[in-house]
Design a protein around this ligand. Structure first.
Ligand SMILES: *Cc1c(COP(=O)(O)O)cnc(C)c1O
Length: 410
């Protein structure tokens, strides 16, 4: 008899996006004449930058000739890409990270989901609420949680509420936690964390020998000075943090796939008997056993983001999205909404009016103005009463959506 991993049965139905699709499709069926504007899912819409595309083509051409053909590449990623990342993302900003601490992968979703594999089963894991669902669901799959409890939480995970009252930066939990997922700039709230606040987390982790798993997928959208782009800007972080970065949002790689993880050489975790063990070799072992590298043309394309033209083109696209965010933020504010995010992240996070529930606002917007966003409660109970709009849309859609809201007096 073959047995299943029963942890999968603890998973609650992948509720949010399928439910959004269901409601939108039901509405669309009944209202074929209505044009629906979708600003819900966090997927980019602009094409790859020309410099990236040119390098992508070159990579394919190299694969077509015997002299330049490449088979399996280095599992950790080609040195040309890791060197470019180390220099441009870290060293040029004065951050001490070297190419040998970088592991290239096919996505931060996979990395944030896989990383727990190298850590023991008795770690107490803390997540933000609302949260990117991957950290939670992969903890469940790995048997690191108990069952789902009524409010959308799982037993044995520590949830850290992020609300307007705490500026969407959680308090340090009262109970001791060993592994802490933090995402800044944050999806879904669009919030950032200051250096001083992040320092508190690093100090906590150092004191408790905990590890912070820092998801910086939206780092490139930071516009204001003084906000940390990397947790490794914080003193002591090399001893207590792993960072996740992705080309998905910064360079439109959601369909092309390339990301990386940074594990500093100093990072240690412990055996049950208290021996300190280097973490990087564990991940290296895992990565090289279960992964055979990102395709060569894709790595070449990713590295082209760091050429002078690549940088300029990628920045233009980010600026375009952030202008969308600004338009949305200002329009929604003028309609009387309390609005967060949208300044250093491509998400605008609004508070519903008059205590309306997130899904009630979703239905209202769909039915009255045919604008689709994402209900905050779908990211966790602390997201109830909030609503997310994504700036990854065409300018036309953004302007039209905001006009519809205004005309309808929403
Ligand atoms: C989009 C996103 C990522 C990137 O995932 P990829 O698998 O690299 O496309 C990572 N973390 C968060 C919070 C995201 O929203």
């Amino acid at each position: 008899m073959a047995f299943i991993n029963e942890n999968y049965q603890k998973l609650q139905a992948g509720y949010l996006f399928p439910e959004i699709a269901r409601r939108v499709n039901t509405y669309a069926e009944k209202n074929k004449d209505k044009k629906i504007i979708r600003m819900g899912i966090g997927d980019v819409t602009r094409p790859l930058a020309p410099a990236v595309v040119a390098a992508f083509h070159e990579g394919v051409d190299e694969m077509s000739k015997e002299a330049t053909f490449k088979g399996y590449g280095p599992e950790q990623g080609y040195a040309f890409l890791r060197d470019a990342i180390a220099k441009n993302e870290f060293q040029d900003r004065g951050i001490n990270i070297s190419a040998d601490e970088i592991f290239v992968s096919d996505g931060s979703k996979c990395d944030t989901g896989n990383i727990l594999e190298i850590f023991g089963m008795n770690n107490k894991i803390a997540v933000q609420d609302p949260v990117y669902p991957v950290y939670v669901d992969t903890s469940v799959m790995g048997g690191r949680t108990g069952n789902a409890i009524g409010n959308g939480h799982y037993e044995n995970l520590v949830y850290m509420p992020c609300t307007k009252e705490n500026g969407f930066v959680p308090q340090i939990p009262n109970e001791k936690v060993d592994i802490i997922f933090l995402c800044y700039p944050n999806n879904p709230s669009g919030a950032t964390v200051s250096k001083a606040e992040l320092q508190k987390w690093v100090d906590y982790a150092l004191k408790n020998k905990s590890i912070i798993l820092f998801d910086a997928a939206y780092e490139a959208f930071i516009k204001e000075d003084g906000i940390p782009h990397s947790i490794f800007e914080i003193e002591g972080a090399r001893k207590c943090a792993i960072e996740f970065r992705s080309f998905s949002k910064v360079a439109g790689f959601t369909g092309t796939r390339c990301a990386y993880i940074i594990i500093p050489n100093e990072l240690k975790a412990y055996t049950q008997s208290g021996d300190a063990i280097d973490v990087k070799p564990l991940w290296s072992r895992r990565h090289s056993t279960k992964f055979n590298g990102v395709s060569y043309p894709v790595q070449k394309a990713a590295a082209a983001m760091y050429t002078p033209e690549g940088k300029k083109q990628v920045t233009e696209v980010i600026d375009f999205y952030m202008e969308n965010a600004k338009i949305m933020k200002e329009s929604l504010q003028s309609l009387g909404f309390e609005v967060f995010g949208g300044v250093n992240a491509p998400y605008v996070w609004l508070r519903t009016k008059n205590g309306m529930k997130s899904w009630e606002l979703f239905d209202l917007l769909l039915e009255k103005v045919q604008v689709v966003g994402t209900p905050g409660s779908g990211f966790g109970p602390a997201g109830e009463g909030y609503f997310r709009f994504s700036a990854f849309a065409s300018r036309e859609s953004v302007l039209e959506a905001m006009k519809r809201l205004k005309d309808a007096g929403i």
